[in-house]
Write a protein that binds this ligand. Structure first.
Ligand code: NAD
Length: 368
């Protein structure tokens, strides 16, 4: 294996955090930066010493670069991933992978048709607590799964107004605000799906309306009034999952599984810390950020979201280099997106029980 060539598309507020991780991965032989915004591109190329640059995803698609890591605005991910895969590129995108069930379907079909490697950058997958629970699950310590409670609490005042201002400048308040919290459900849904290796089958959800909300309003492109949504899911393994996506919340913020319960053991996590418990007692635990081997220099500089950034980068680069199925492949990814999209429809219908579609497990030996 000689290493791969990779272009990072989108060096905005989030993408810039991935420049050094991709550039310094020992299996990335050739690294390029790409952004529509010329000043932004020049600034980051100079700052990180990157000589190869492109001015659009279209240019990357016409180049001989093998893989694109796309960290653009959320509503662009699916169509850009499809464009890149159809141009023969392996693709990583930031979350969410898709904004509609149609996009979920189109992504799965494109991976099947093109045979390209697709991976989603869901940070919750590689959080230390998730890795801890996945290991406990592998060891059978939970017994049969019973229930999982997971949350993504992110009050708008914690940086989300800045994200909007950065994207839309003066126009940011007018009509683009207020996307449904469940349209971005992947940070929470990832926990039960990846820990239990099961998927959501049915949902009933409710929404909360913040009085006189100036962000979640009917007269925006999203026409959504819910600032907070909570959904109760039935899962394919018989367990239940309670998912909360809150954007108006007096809380520091979190992306966590606050409770994972099995017939033999349980895990709880809140602002005070994490605990493993069974029928006989409890043990305070401190899941480590160093839960898997990583190459240097990534191992010494894991990056944000509980160190997840370095693991995401390595998982994608290694999948492309070895031509293997990434753990957060497209079949896994749509299991993080679709449940929230259906949950929002349920909340709009006062909690009506709705079926969650599923695209199945990855075909065996898909990339061999
Ligand atoms: N925990 C997480 O996983 C997490 C955290 C924060 C942000 N995100 C995700 O990261 C993504 C990026 O967020 P952001 O705040 O950096 O956005 P941003 O708006 O600051 O940056 C996006 C960049 O993409 C560029 N871009 C768009 N289309 C392009 C194209 N065709 N060719 C080249 N460049 C193009 C834009 O010019 C812009 O610079 C979002 O989708 C967001 O959901 C994920």
């Amino acid at each position: 294996m000689l290493g791969i060539s990779l272009g990072l598309v989108g060096v905005g507020m989030f993408g810039q955090a991935f420049i050094d991780l991709f550039k310094n991965h020992p299996d990335v032989e050739r690294f390029a930066l790409c952004d529509l915004k010329k000043d932004r591109l020049k600034h980051f190329a100079e700052k990180h010493g990157v000589s190869e640059t492109y001015h659009s995803l279209d240019e990357i698609c016409c180049s001989d670069i093998e893989a694109s890591a796309t960290i653009t605005q959320p509503w662009l991910h699916a169509r850009q991933a499809i464009q890149a895969m159809k141009s023969g590129k392996h693709v990583y995108t930031a979350v969410p992978a898709a904004k509609s069930l149609e996009e979920c379907d189109a992504l799965v079909k494109t991976v099947k048709q093109t045979g390209m490697i697709y991976m989603n950058g869901e940070t919750s997958y590689f959080r230390p607590e998730n890795a801890f629970c996945r290991k406990k699950a592998e060891d059978g310590a939970f017994g049969e799964f019973v229930h999982c409670r997971a949350e993504y609490f992110h009050d708008l005042s914690h940086g989300l107004y800045e994200v909007a201002k950065n994207r839309w400048g003066d126009k940011w308040r007018r009509d683009k605000t207020g996307a449904a919290p469940m349209s971005h459900p992947t940070h929470s849904v990832c926990f039960p799906v990846s820990i239990m290796k099961a998927h959501m089958t049915e949902v009933s959800a409710q929404g909360f309306i913040y009085p006189n909300d100036d962000w979640f309003r009917k007269d925006t492109i999203h026409k959504n009034v819910f600032s907070n949504e909570t959904a109760l899911f039935k899962m394919s393994n018989g367990a239940t999952a309670l998912i909360s996506e809150f954007r108006r919340i007096g809380h520091l913020g979190c992306e966590r599984a606050s409770g994972v319960y099995g017939t033999e053991g349980s895990f709880e996590h809140n602002l005070a810390g994490a605990v493993w418990a069974d029928k006989n007692g409890k043990q305070i635990v401190q899941p480590t950020k160093h839960h898997e081997w990583l190459p240097e220099p990534l191992a010494s500089n894991l990056g944000g979201h509980g160190g997840a950034h370095a693991y995401l980068v390595h998982e994608f680069v290694d999948s492309v280099n070895r031509h293997r199925l990434p753990r957060i492949n497209i079949w896994e990814t749509v299991r993080y997106c679709a449940p929230g999209l259906v949950a929002h429809q349920s909340a709009l219908q006062g909690g009506r029980l709705l079926k969650v579609p599923d695209w199945g497990d990855p075909p065996e030996d898909f990339y061999s």
